[in-house]
Design a protein around this ligand. Structure first.
Ligand code: SF4
Length: 385
């Protein structure tokens, strides 16, 4: 398959592994954070970590949109159902994420609430058209990749004069989160997180381009390589990061040139700027309150803002006792550091968001059996490349 098979070739993977082995300085440690959950899954699925020398560690970051949504926002969504009797449209991953009091959208649905799983914002608009006597709310989550379709839906609802459609906006911004990991007191206080370089997200970067990362690569002296999702993409990007670190360079490089440009998708950026503005403060699970890290709907489109329409309160809520999702999202702990992992918390019975989402670290550890210790032969050959 074009652009997939070429990036999964075993012989090339072995060559790249040999180059990494040769160029990685055995006297230093390289901690490389993959921000994006898609990379985390590629690393586990193809056994990329096992092809690395022992002084290269992949640190899993907060790049899973479902995982970083704080519990209070899911509580808000349940409020919309229970107190305002809306039809709530949501992507499938959100359904099973635990909210306060062991509730979830799925449990709310089982209790009679009208929760509809949708695949696109257009599905939600269609539901609004088909139910003119009900209020329909689209539960919008995600990074810069999923924001343009939400902007399109709001513009369409505005043009069509739809009175029963609104958006509960939870769109977040990647560069602010990466900056927060390096800069925020919450993370600095922990001290145990050490990150030498970043794999830049691929889908997000198709929209925003590679330019937004340049500021903090320079300011925080951490190289960034925008990486594709295939195993060879990740390995090539690791090599590029290692080279930069060895040479004392802190630049933004683009490994994913087949899709990402420096400027990104200007049309999508303009569309988003027309409908959204930066939210001054937004809570991220694991990172706390992060300034300028999310979007809100502009006053011009206020009629389509569910937060204003239903006067949703800010809710502070904590994760279930013992769940280490916040530390995992900061790159401080691994899923296997959580006492609940694989005991009371499994994909069938998730206790935290990282076990629910298809991009979550706990789900990746569980799905690809990375909590088991590989024997030496498997470790050196990798698993699936
Ligand atoms: S294993 Fe479950 S409880 Fe533990 S951190 Fe992961 S999601 Fe949270």
């Amino acid at each position: 398959m074009k652009y997939i098979d070429e990036f999964r070739q075993r012989a090339l993977a072995q060559k790249l592994a040999a180059s990494i082995q040769e160029e990685a300085d055995s006297n230093r440690q390289y901690n490389l954070m993959e921000f994006c959950g898609g990379h985390t899954h590629a690393i586990f699925r193809y056994g990329v970590q096992d092809l690395m020398p022992s002084n290269i560690t992949f640190v899993h970051g907060p790049g899973c949109p479902v995982c970083v949504l704080p519990i209070g926002r899911i509580d808000n969504a349940i409020q919309l159902l229970e107190q305002h009797n809306v039809i709530l449209c949501t992507y499938g991953d959100m359904l099973r994420v635990p909210a306060s009091g062991r509730k979830s959208l799925l449990k709310a649905k089982a209790n009679g609430a009208d929760v509809r799983m949708v695949y696109s914002t257009q599905d939600a608009l269609k539901i609004a058209h088909n139910n003119p006597d009900r209020q329909v709310v689209f539960f919008a989550i995600g990074f810069e990749t999923t924001t343009p379709p939400t902007a399109v839906a709001i513009k369409q609802a505005h043009m069509q004069g739809l009175k029963n459609f609104s958006v509960f906006c939870n769109h977040v911004l990647t560069p602010a989160a990466i900056q927060s990991i390096l800069d925020s007191p919450e993370v600095r206080d922990i001290k145990s997180v050490s990150i030498d370089g970043f794999f830049g997200p691929s889908h997000v970067s198709t929209i925003i381009g590679s330019r937004p990362y340049e500021f903090f690569a320079k300011t925080f002296q951490r190289p960034v390589v925008i990486a594709g999702f295939e195993p060879l993409d990740v390995m090539q990007s690791a090599l590029m990061l290692i080279r930069q670190l060895n040479e004392g360079r802190y630049e933004v490089e683009n490994e994913y040139t087949r899709v990402v440009t420096r400027e990104g998708n200007l049309k999508a950026q303009l569309l988003v700027a027309e409908v959204f503005e930066v939210r001054r403060l937004f809570e991220w699970r694991g990172l706390g309150m992060v300034p300028n890290s999310a979007l809100q709907i502009k006053p011009h489109f206020a009629d389509f803002d569910a937060e204003r329409r239903f006067k949703l309160p800010a809710i502070q809520a904590s994760d279930i006792k013992g769940c280490e999702c916040p530390s995992i999202l900061r790159g401080v702990k691994k899923p296997t550091d959580c006492k609940l992992f694989g005991t009371v918390c499994t994909p069938e019975n998730p206790m935290g968001s990282c076990m629910v989402s298809s991009e979550g670290s706990c789900a990746a550890y569980w799905s690809y059996g990375r909590f088991r210790q590989p024997d030496d032969k498997t470790k050196r050959e990798g698993v699936a490349v």
